[in-house]
Design a protein around this ligand. Sequence first.
Ligand SMILES: NC(=O)C1=CN([C@@H]2O[C@H](COP(=O)(O)OP(=O)(O)OC[C@H]3O[C@@H](n4cnc5c(N)ncnc54)[C@H](O)[C@@H]3O)[C@@H](O)[C@H]2O)C=CC1
Ligand SMILES: O=C(O)CCC(=O)C(=O)O
Length: 526
Amino acid sequence: MSKVLVSDPIDSAGIDILSQVAQVSVQTKLPPEELVKIIPEYDALMVRSGTRVTQEVIDAGTHLKIIGRAGVGVDNIDIPAATRRGIVVVNSPEGNTTAAAEHAIALMMALSRCIPDANHSVKENRWERKKFMGSEVYKKTLGVVGLGKIGSHVASVAKAMGMKLLAYDPFITAERAEQLGCRLVDLDFLFQEADYITLHIPRTPETTNLINAESIGKMKPTARIINCSRGGIIDEAALAVALEKGQIAGAALDVFETEPLGESPLRDLGANMILTPHLGASTEEAQVNVAVDVAEQIRDVLLGLPARSAVNIPGLNPNVLEQLKPYLQLAETLGNLVGQIAGGRIDKLEVRLQGDLATNQSQPLVVASLKGLLSNALRERVNYVNASIEAKERGIRVIETKDASVGDYSGSLHLSARGSLGEHSVTGALLSDGEIRITNLDGFPINVPPSNYMLFTLHRDMPGIIGRIGMLLGNFNVNIASMQVGRKIVRGNAVMALSLDDPLPDGILQEITGIPGIGDAYTVNL
Ligand SMILES: NC(=O)C1=CN([C@@H]2O[C@H](COP(=O)(O)OP(=O)(O)OC[C@H]3O[C@@H](n4cnc5c(N)ncnc54)[C@H](O)[C@@H]3O)[C@@H](O)[C@H]2O)C=CC1
Ligand SMILES: O=C(O)CCC(=O)C(=O)O
């Protein structure tokens, strides 16, 4: 019989499901070295956010087939390490959406009416009615940062409470925001106008310290911030200083840079700061939902069936997968690339299978393209199982076409996306050794391998341009690994594709587009 280790508190409904197919051992609060010691015995591991599933744990788990996260965020699991070891990682993308959204609303209300401190004062035998003067949320403006599942639910509740709604989400269309009663605006506008700001985004390099001294400086003195998403999105030291000085009116945090929260200036603040110990998902209902959702997937995988919310393994027919594997990687890379060039808020994606590739089933390649496209917004949360649904929910119209005529490559894949920076296209193919080549950008023939850091320019084909770009990159200490120019006619329009050894520093794009003859420039990180 299989063995499952449950290393965080999980609702008994989940344990009952696991017990149908496995011997279940519940051992919470294990020290990391103890977890590493016992994990080799187990076929599956089920956790919440308390257990850190590090590379060391994964490497020691020689029998592990699946790791289940009873919740949304999988940032406590080393996904690349699990993927490399072929271990499926599953989560429950929706099981605690309502709970987290309701906690954000509860914190907003508690902050507005000083409920925690007023409660404490009465319990201490005081009756301080003047001290705890509140303010109403009715007709106030709520700025929702991240209009995904939780942000959307918060928006709909806040709307029913008579709030005006602004939203910032670079990967959501204005139409989708409108359907939710929100006006999609840029981040600075939201910071300046909102009376309440609620964060519902993943922690990524772009969102780390999104709320800092500078962004707080743009807010109203009456603004209140709520964070029920992830620690590290707010610079806690800067927030403490701003609240101390009365630069903004309050903040309520459920999540922290380091959990459990250690020594922190946040603890010294008064009624203008509410702290909860990562309780967003802590409702009886959500805990049953996530426990059942994840336990069912662990049961299925242990029985040899596919998982419905795998974060790292495509949920497609294994035979089709094996055959298309190299092309799936091509589709993901091209989707990621065209998504970045088209600039977010994509509302249309065309996927064209060309040449020999046209004889294949298009659906897996469409899913892989969408996965690559959406990974800019959703990171590891988008997978082969949910990419199409996520795209539909985001209002992305997908067009699949096939063209059997053979061009320079026997089979190639062409993607065209329309986003906030206009409509752009990219074509790619595989070399005989399986290596990916980008063969066309916006109609211009090129031949470059994808690389971590890339720069593309659309420019006039005229003397001096290449040199000026090379010089500019040199001045910023950016090393060029390879460079290619594609043009259709001499001294007409052209495309330049550069693979770089270093990321492009902030501000350089503006300098590049300032060079006479350069039309547009795009950075791409793959
Ligand atoms: N406090 C708690 O106990 C809980 C916290 N969470 C956290 O809440 C957050 C939101 O979860 P869901 O709504 O389920 O995720 P989701 O994936 O449905 O939505 C996230 C949204 O953020 C947007 N986004 C990505 N990068 C952005 C950026 N730079 N600026 C603005 N928007 C950006 C995405 O387009 C997406 O619409 C996650 O960080 C999740 O881990 C989730 C459940 C419980
Ligand atoms: O397990 C928990 O309580 C944390 C929930 C959470 O943060 C998540 O699902 O992302």
